[in-house]
Design a binder for this molecule. Structure first.
Ligand code: F6P
Length: 337
């Protein structure tokens, strides 16, 4: 194999550039050329190729976003699109493709694998951390850091004004960012899709009312996963304002969670996975994701990464649910002592 292609696909994630760097440098060490295609799968179909050289990689690892650009490209589900991509890859004499992306991108990679003779490898790159078979994904811990910093800032103004805030975080349909940001931000409440049973409006309102009555000078923050509450966090804030008689503010964090420089953990993960992906391709592997479990690089069939659910760590869920009760309970004990 003399030529590898690489794309970044779906939502960009901090660390994707560090991963591209590791792929290009490792491939070069083995006399393998690397060619990028801009804008993910669409860029393959439209032949938006961009040869990548080690010298181009000097200042990329520290940058957020993706130097290869990305896109969502649902059209790739069509057989004709996969065949068109296969033809472009063949025209360039490419022997393998590395797809850095999330579950939609891995579905695309798996689809292409049915219509192309080359090797296909996935590297988990999504802030959502919602791919099974890997403990973490490129961009997840940076996104949590960003959410935590935003929560800290909201906490300061909320505490100064004794306000209630509902802070919406990303995650698509998974609660990983919500759980980790709630713990790191010492939130009084957490609403994530995996909670069973889901807290009811009346219960959330009761807890806010009790906290306000006992501690009128304190802030109260609830971290809420996106796509969870009907009408979004703005609607939840309206409903809670009505139910509690206290103004509840909504703060959707949005895409700031996706941008920004990758933290050290994401850079290291990205480079580890990028290097391992090239080694796996040289060993002849195809149709797999290169992930990480308990610090070890693992190879997982692509299908198993998106067909299985990935649960939250129950110990971390217990940690948050336990501590969020104590935020105010401990004050009760202290004040009545
Ligand atoms: O998958 C990453 C992610 O940022 C999700 O957390 C979010 O739901 C989605 O992408 C937003 O996608 P877009 O930027 O296409 O609106």
């Amino acid at each position: 194999m003399k030529k590898i292609a690489v794309i970044t696909s779906g939502g960009d994630a901090p660390g994707m550039n560090a991963c591209i760097r590791a792929i290009v440098l490792t491939a070069n060490q083995h006399d393998v050329e690397v060619i990028g295609f801009r804008h993910g799968f669409r860029g393959i179909v439209e032949d938006l190729n961009l040869p990548l050289h080690p010298n181009d990689m000097r200042l990329v690892s520290q940058r957020g976003g993706t130097i290869l650009l990305s896109s969502r490209y649902p059209e790739f589900k069509q057989v004709s699109a996969a065949k068109a991509a296969a033809a472009v890859l063949d025209q360039h004499n490419i022997g393998a493709l590395v797809v850095i992306g999330g579950d939609g991108s891995f579905r695309g990679a798996h689809h292409l694998d049915q219509y192309w003779d080359g090797q296909v490898i996935g590297i988990p790159g999504t802030i959502d951390n919602d791919l099974a078979g890997t403990d973490t994904t490129i961009g997840f811990t940076t996104a949590v850091d960003t959410a935590m910093e935003a929560i800290d800032r909201i906490r300061e103004t909320a505490e100064a004004m004794a306000r209630v805030f509902l802070i919406e975080v990303m995650g698509r349909h998974a609660g990983f960012i919500g759980l980790h940001a709630a713990i790191a931000g010492s939130a009084e409440g957490m609403l994530v899709p995996e909670l069973e049973p889901q807290p009811k409006l009346a219960d959330i309102a009761d807890r806010i009312k009790q906290a306000r009555a006992a501690f009128p000078d304190s802030s109260y923050l609830i971290v809420v996963s996106e796509n969870l509450w009907p009408g979004g966090v703005e609607n939840l804030a309206r409903e809670l304002t009505q139910a509690t008689g206290t103004t509840c503010h909504s703060a959707p964090l949005g895409h700031i969670q996706r941008g920004g420089r990758p933290n050290a953990e994401d850079r290291i993960l990205s480079m580890q996975l990028g290097q391992a992906a090239v080694h796996a391709l040289l060993d002849g592997l195809s149709g797999h994701m290169i992930g990480v479990e308990q610090g070890h690089v693992v190879q997982v069939p692509l299908r198993l990464t998106f067909e299985r659910d990935k649960p939250l760590d129950p110990r971390l869920v217990d940690l948050q649910l336990g501590l969020q009760q104590l935020n105010f309970a401990s004050k009760v004990v202290k004040e009545s002592a």
